[in-house]
Structures are given as C-alpha cells and as structure tokens.
Design a protein around this ligand. Structure first.
Ligand code: C2E
Ligand code: CA
Ligand code: CA
Length: 583
C-alpha cells in the first residue's frame, strides 16, 4: 500500500513495555518511509517526552507495568486537550468493554496484536491523514481569526482617526477629553480654526488643501507635545492639556503656535498663506463635560483672524447670552413691525444738489431699545434671518421710491440705493423678486440702485454675477460698497456690471490731514474712472473733506455734514427745500 508522501515526516511515538513490539512497529514503519519514529518502553517517560515535543500520533499499549495505557490516555487527553495528538491503542484484548473504555478515554482507533502489517499501516495512515487535515483546518482558522482581529483593530483605529491628518477625530477627542476631566486637575481646551482654507480650496482644489491641512496637523502635533491634539473638522483642530506646573502656561504655548503657523507654506509649487484663530476654555465646574468645553472654546474664537487667543470667560458668556437674546428677538422683528428705514441723502459735489439717497435699516425693540445695524446685521447674516429682513427692506424701499416717483421727487439721475447682503445675492431668484416688486409698485428701474460689498460678491461670484447682470440689463444700477477695504484684486470689476464705487469712510476720514489717505483716495477715484464708474465719498463729516473729494474728482458724497439718515417725510422735505451746502 502507498502512504501519502506528505505524511511520512509525521512524528510517531510508539509506546509498549515490550521492546519487541516497539521494534517490530519501528521496522515496519521505517520500511514504509516514516522518518520520525520514537520508541518508548517505560510508560512513565511518555508525558515528559510529549512535553519536549508533541508527536503527531501515539501508538499506545494498554497493558503496561507502572502506568496502564488507559490511565496514560486519560492523562494525555486531560493535559493537552484539543491539541492532544490522536492515539491508537495497541491491544491483544479485543473484548467490548476494553474497547469501550479506551474509546471513552479518547482513543481514535485500535490495532490488534499480533500485528497484521497491512492493517497497521492503513490505520496509521488513515489517522495521520485525518489529523493532518484537522491541523491544517485549525491553523487556517486561526490564521483567519488573527487576520479578522487585525482588520477589526485597524477599523477601530480608523474609526477614531481623521483620515487627512491621521489625528484623533471628533469621537476620539471627546472620549479622551472626557477621560482627562475625571482627574482633579483643571483641563485647558483650545479650539484652533485655520482661516483662508475655504479660499485655498476654491482656488487650488481639495488635494492641495488636504496636503496643507495634513502639514499643519503635523507641525501642530510637534509643537503641542504636552497636549492631546485632534482634528475637529475640515480646518478646525481641538487640543487640550491638563494644568500642571510641569508645562508652560497653555496660552503661551498657543500664542507661540499661532505665531509659528501664521505664515506661508510650500505645497507642491504653491506658496499658501494661512492664519489661525484660537479660542480657549478651562474646566473648573463639576458640571463640565467634554463637548461643552469644546463648544465654549469655539465660542471664544476671536472674530478677526490674527487676533491673539481668547479665553472663554464670564464677560464673553454674558456677551454671547446677550447676542442670543438679540437673535431671538430678531426673529420676530419683521412681524412685530419693529423695523423702519431711514434715508441719507447723496449730494452731487459739482452742483451741491441731492441726487439720491441710501436706505438704512433701523430696529426699534420695545425693551432692548434702538439696536444699530452693526449689532444685528452680522447676526442676521449668520443665521439666515437676513433674507427675511432683506425682503422687507426691498419691499419697503421700492414702495417708498415709487411714492417719491409719483410725487415727482425722483427726477433725472435720482437713485434710491439699498444694501443687499451676500445671502440675498446667492438667491437664484433675487433679480426676479426685485423686478416683480418694481412692477407691482410701478417703479422705473433707473431709480433703483443696489449696494453690494466686495466680500458679499466673493461668496459666490458666479451666482451673484448672474443676478446682477440680469438686474443691470433691466436698468437697475449696481454700486460696490465700502470700496477699498476688501479685496486687493479688481479683476472681478471687469466682469461685473458695476456703475458706482462707494469710497469707504476710512479713506475719507483722513483725507484733510493725511497726505497718504489723500493719495489713496485719489488712486481709488482714478481707478473708478478707469472702470467708467461714478464715485461716492462716504462719511463726509467736514466741509473740507467734501471740497477735497470734489477736487480729486469724486462725483457724489454722503455724510453727517450734509445730512444724517432721516425718516422718509424729512427726506422729502429736504428735497423740496434743499439747504445751501457750500464748501
Ligand atoms: P454702509 O452701507 O456703509 O452704510 C453707511 C453707514 O455709515 C451707515 O451706518 C450710516 O449711518 C453711516 N454714516 C453715514 N454718514 C456718516 C458719517 O459722516 N460719519 C459716520 N461715522 N458714519 C456715517 P448704519 O446705518 O449704522 O449702517 C451700518 C451698516 O449696516 C451699513 O454700512 C450696511 O453695511 C449695513 N446696513 C444698513 N442697512 C442695511 C440693510 O438694509 N441691509 C443690509 N444688508 N445691510 C444694511
Ligand atoms: Ca451702503
Ligand atoms: Ca459703505
């Protein structure tokens, strides 16, 4: 008969107190090609030998002095359990009860003495083959098991990592911070916002942005070695540190980080500039929990980029509560009829006559009093409430302009200007809404002007450009507000239907005292000419400023020296009986 080749190097242990039996089996198996045979005549040596090297098969005599095969069988099974090699019992007794006992103790098969060679070899080969495939299955299963365990660990690790930076993600940061808060020492939490990332993504795409963020994450990790750093969002990082004397004050570390990172970075061929804003919160109440501390740190982010790290304290909390109150009140401002418009005249510098007005929004709250636009417009822009306010302003201003048109107040080049925010410019039906209102109120489009800021345009230049183009085609004028304070690139002006540039008050302020301001104003006016735009000087508070603006070639001016913003009736009276503005 032929054994399976691969079974021939199996380790076979032959245990029989009769050396002749051992010899016979060894010779038989050797002749068959089995190479690793171990004969043992003293059953007491079996267990130590197995401990040295566990065989693949044991041929075990049942009747032996000192230790019976039956007991040895039980001991081996008990000691090695699942790993116990298969055992074939060698016995002269083939009575049922001996067989039954041996089977119960875990014997796999029997070989009767005297040996029938063919049978011996066949039984040994059968058992070895089945043991071999069993061992293979076990080893495959355990390999698979460890692979699954590895994958599971990897998936768990990934579930706690932010993929771009490889830093702990939100979930991990919260869990680790929660852990840190258990200890008695106070914990400082920083929320780090990387500014300009959105612009970089828009200009250069996401692969570049991700490289930059990964680079920033690495540098932050190096600089914040005593702290735990994680990635909170696209361009936001969170880090925290337990307060101990061993570390320098957290805020100093953060200031140094801010300085080190507020610069340009080389990514591929590009040099990209970033700046940071950092808000900090500190645990101190029993009720502190991770997400709240992170939220406080985020709320403490300074408004303007480049400002030093700011701590969340009681004052800030109070200011935020105030803002919250204002915000809630804002939601009902329109329905409660708490809004009205004031009109500030625009004066032609050459002729000294009124050529238009700017509508400015006012909010009169029954308890909170008069709230200036700089306090509620940014709030409304942030929350989307500006759309409701904006619609109200459009409706009110257009209906007012129509009334003035009927009363013959709008003549010649008169325009009523109103301010339109970024959110409104992003509305795909803004042009149609305005056109609809002009039709309802029968206002000629040439009397209407929209003031938009550069930053408002830049939010979505394509969408804003589309809406403005439609409006310009329908005869509405477009003015760029606060000109000179926003973007340094003027390329966008070429593609937009801009009729007027409003020179920001910042330039008009120093125009009389400061030659640098005067030069700036002069440049802006010359630039406007280049683009065939009219110019309006904003914030004229002294006749000297008006005179200089006129000298530099500005067309119109607006400011407290001419008139403060006023109710519609006062404006109408002013138009009918204009004062003598000589400067
Ligand atoms: P703005 O569009 O630049 O409006 C001019 C601001 O300068 C007005 O402030 C006006 O009252 C003020 N002003 C006019 N002449 C002078 C002057 O001689 N000196 C000084 N110091 N200030 C002068 P106001 O009314 O407080 O409005 C502030 C800002 O709020 C506006 O700046 C505009 O950006 C925004 N805003 C006002 N009304 C609306 C509106 O209906 N919709 C939108 N989206 N924004 C509005
Ligand atoms: Ca304006
Ligand atoms: Ca302005």
């Amino acid at each position: 008969m032929k054994s399976n080749e691969h079974l021939l190097d199996s380790h076979i242990m032959i245990v029989d107190d009769n050396p002749i039996n051992v010899e016979v089996l060894q010779v038989l198996l050797q002749a068959q090609g089995y190479a690793q045979l171990q004969g043992i005549c003293d059953p007491r040596q079996v267990e130590p030998a197995c401990k040295l090297q566990l065989p693949d098969l044991v041929l075990l005599d049942i009747q032996m002095p000192h230790l019976s095969g039956q007991v040895l069988l039980q001991r081996l099974r008990a000691h090695w359990g699942d790993r116990c090699p298969p055992i074939i019992v060698l016995t002269a007794h083939i009575d049922e009860s001996t067989r039954h006992q041996a089977l119960a103790a875990g014997a796999r098969d029997f070989i009767s003495k005297p040996f029938n060679h063919q049978e011996v070899l066949q039984r040994i080969s059968n058992i070895l083959a089945s043991h071999h495939s069993y061992k293979q299955r076990v080893s495959e299963a355990s390999a698979l098991e460890s692979l699954v365990a590895q994958r599971t660990a990897e998936i768990q690790r990934q579930a706690l990592r932010e993929p771009v930076t490889g830093l702990p993600n939100r979930r991990a940061v919260i869990a680790e911070l929660e852990q840190a808060l258990v200890a008695p020492a106070a914990v400082n939490v920083a929320f780090i916002a990387v500014d300009a990332i959105d612009d970089i993504a828009r200009l250069h795409g996401y692969p570049v942005t991700e490289q930059l963020i990964a680079l920033l994450g690495r540098i932050m990790g190096q600089r914040l070695q005593n702290a735990t750093l994680g990635c909170w969002g696209n361009a936001e990082f969170v880090c925290f540190q337990r307060e101990t004397h061993a570390f320098p004050p957290f805020i100093e570390t953060l200031q140094a980080l801010q300085q080190a990172l507020s610069r340009t970075f080389q990514v591929g061929d590009l040099r990209l500039g970033v700046t940071l804003r950092i808000g900090v919160s500190r645990s101190g109440h029993d009720s502190d929990y991770a997400e709240q501390l992170i939220r406080f740190a985020a709320l403490a982010l300074p408004e303007r980029t480049g400002e030093p790290p700011r701590l969340f304290d009681e004052d800030l909390e109070h200011a935020l509560q105030q803002r919250d109150r204002l915000h809630r009140a804002l939601r009902s401002a329109v329905s409660n009829q708490e809004l009205h418009l004031l009109y500030q005249p625009k004066i032609c510098l050459r002729e000294g006559r009124i050529v238009g007005a700017e509508a400015l929004l006012r909010w009169e709250h029954p308890e909170l009093g008069t709230i200036p636009p700089r306090d509620f417009i940014p709030l409304a822009e942030g929350s989307g409430e500006i759309l409701t306010l904006g619609r109200w302003v459009l409706e009110t201003a257009i209906s007012q302009a129509a009334a003035w048109q009927r009363a013959d107040l709008c003549q010649g080049d008169f325009t009523l200007a109103l301010n339109v925010s970024a959110r409104q410019l992003a509305l795909p039906d803004l042009a149609d809404e305005i056109t609809g209102l002009m039709q309802i109120h029968r206002l000629e489009s040439r009397f209407l002007e929209l003031e938009v800021t550069e930053s408002g345009l830049m939010d979505d230049i394509v969408q804003a450009g589309n809406q403005l183009q439609i409006l310009a085609q329908r005869g509405v004028s477009i003015a760029i507000d606060d000109f000179g304070t926003g973007y340094s690139s003027l390329a966008y002006l070429k593609n937009l239907p801009v009729h007027t540039l409003k020179i920001d008050r910042a330039f008009v302020d120093g125009i009389a005292q400061n030659s640098q301001d005067r030069n700036l104003a002069k440049t802006v006016i010359a630039m406007a000419r280049n683009f065939h735009c009219r110019t309006v000087g904003e914030g004229v508070e002294h006749p000297e400023q008006a005179r200089l603006l006129k000298e530099l070639g500005a067309d119109t001016a607006q400011g407290y020296w001419f008139a403060h913003p006023m109710p519609a009736e006062d404006f109408a009276r002013l138009c009918r009986e204009p004062p003598d503005w000589s400067f």
